[in-house]
Design a protein around this ligand. Structure first.
Ligand SMILES: Nc1ncnc2c1ncn2[C@@H]1O[C@H](COP(=O)(O)OP(=O)(O)OP(=O)(O)O)[C@@H](O)[C@H]1O
Ligand SMILES: [Mg+2]
Length: 461
């Protein structure tokens, strides 16, 4: 398979919970400022690039955001995404120490989810490098159908309040928050695919597809599947396989109905007048990818993780078809969380809309190994992992070695060591001195560049 560049941006939810019997008066905005105090001290900004090549910043609306460096391998991406959690968790611990020092009776929590208690939504965006072509619009319709139906596998699970009281379990936190299929605006219309043309690379050759629709994933295997199945589909489409018959007639209606239908078998109307369920649609996508892999002899080229992606894709669909999640209950977020919630409810005889159940579901997304549930679930064998802690520790300070991130990471590290003032973004590396030396990195695939060697020599001189 051709190499592809991808990266994931995660916006985190933040709150400062008062200690029992206390009130803190620490708003989410204040909490975010505590969180970023150290970053601002060394980076002189709340928008920085790190020595592992990632971007860490505080956007408007006080949602800390971490954008992984460019990866070219799904396993590497999962490791880098987890490294982001680790970095933010360490920042949270430091911020909580600050609160304690200042006598503020509260604890800051960071959540890897997509909706807060006030109903505000925040995102987890996927970025995929595409080779530029004229007919993106026609591929776009197919991709929209893929992303809408994908939630039955990669949704984070959502306890959805019902209008007249009570609650029901849905696949996705994000589905109700999307307003458009494809558009160039992110916040105003919140499209599934953002078409703003910002390739972060050679614009003649590349396009960056910015996918807004996914839920944030807690389980590593869910992140793996989400990005891995998309990588395989894009590989097939770029190889020239055409899919014209799966375009949805009303994507925005379909995304909501699909999220709420845990049987995954409800009919979705297609442009050509047929009706098809999300389950059948995903089965169709998987079949076509499998056929393409066999017809082109590419199956033999797949790595271990890509094979695991295909296997989990298949098992996820089987679980839905048989309405028995046992086969994926440690791998797919919606199933892991449903099991957790159901056991708790049975033990304490609680309704799905009980606030204690809501707290438990929220703790699933708390990134703290101490306060969140993910690390406990993993330790008990209730949540699968594909990385080990040492890999994550390395990725906290080391950039991916196979992409442009390597150049950026080395540059940032050298500048920190020498306390030099620099300006960095995805494509630019600049030294802020009389020389104003700047290098433009238009090739996201390349981890080597003689011009950057010169910049590093200048920094270290
Ligand atoms: N050429 C590329 N192709 C695909 N992904 C890329 C490319 N260059 C960078 N990326 C990835 O795209 C993401 C960009 O994150 P960033 O938050 O800066 O996104 P943005 O959408 O441009 O900005 P904003 O969030 O401010 O709207 C990162 O995860 C990065 O690894
Ligand atoms: Mg971003």
């Amino acid at each position: 398979m051709r190499r592809r560049i991808f990266g994931v941006e995660t916006e985190y939810g933040i709150t400062c919970a008062p200690h029992p019997g206390a009130t803190t008066g620490v708003t989410a905005d204040d909490a975010a400022r505590y969180l970023f105090r150290k970053v601002v001290a060394w980076g002189r900004s709340s928008n920085v690039f790190l020595r592992n090549g990632a971007r860490l910043y505080l956007d408007v609306g006080s949602h800390p955001e971490y954008a992984t460096a460019e990866c070219d391998d799904v396993h590497q991406l999962v490791v880098n995404d987890r490294a982001g959690e680790r970095i933010l968790d360490e920042m949270t611990e430091e911020a909580n120490e600050l609160l304690a020092e200042e006598g503020v009776p509260g604890t800051i929590h960071l959540f890897k989810n997509n909706i807060d208690s006030a109903g505000n939504s925040f995102g987890c965006h996927e970025n995929y490098l595409l080779r530029r072509r004229r007919d993106f619009q026609s591929v776009g319709e197919t991709l929209v159908s893929f992303f809408i139906s994908r939630q039955i596998l990669t949704g984070a699970g959502h306890i959805r309040p019902r209008a007249g009281g009570g609650a029901s379990y849905a696949f996705s936190q994000r589905a109700d928050q999307m307003w458009d299929a494809m558009s160039s605006a992110t916040t105003r219309s919140r499209p599934i695919i953002n078409t703003r043309d910002e390739p972060h690379g050679d614009a003649e050759k590349y396009r960056r597809m910015h996918v807004i629709v996914g839920d944030s994933s807690v389980a590593e295997t869910t992140t793996m599947l989400k990005v891995g199945m998309t990588e395989l589909l894009l590989g097939m489409l770029e190889d020239g396989v055409k899919i014209r018959d799966l375009a949805m007639a009303e994507p925005m209606r379909a995304i909501r109905e699909t999220s709420r239908d845990m049987t995954a078998t409800g009919p979705v109307e297609l442009v050509d007048g047929r009706r098809m369920s999300a389950l059948d649609m995903q089965t169709e996508f998987l079949d076509r990818v499998s056929t393409w892999l066999d017809d082109t002899g590419r199956r033999g080229e797949l790595g271990v993780v890509q094979r695991r992606v295909l296997d989990l894709w298949e098992r996820g669909l089987t679980a839905l078809r048989e309405q028995d999640a046992t086969g994926v209950e440690t791998e797919l977020d919606w199933a892991i969380k449903a099991r957790l919630v159901e056991r708790y409810r049975a033990k304490h005889t609680l309704g799905l809309d009980d606030p204690r159940v809501a707290r438990l579901a929220l703790a699933y997304h708390d990134i703290s190994p101490a306060r969140g549930l993910a690390s406990t679930l993993a330790a008990r064998g209730l949540m699968a992992r594909i990385t080990d802690d040492d890999e994550i520790t390395t990725a906290v300070t080391e950039p991916p070695a196979t992409t442009r991130a390597r150049l950026r990471g080395d540059f940032v590290a050298a500048a920190h060591e020498r306390r030099r003032d620099i300006t960095v973004d995805w494509v630019h590396l600049k030294i802020n001195d009389a020389s104003q030396s700047t290098v433009v990195l238009k090739d996201p695939f390349s981890p080597v560049d003689a011009r950057v060697d010169d910049l590093l020599a200048t920094l270290r001189a």
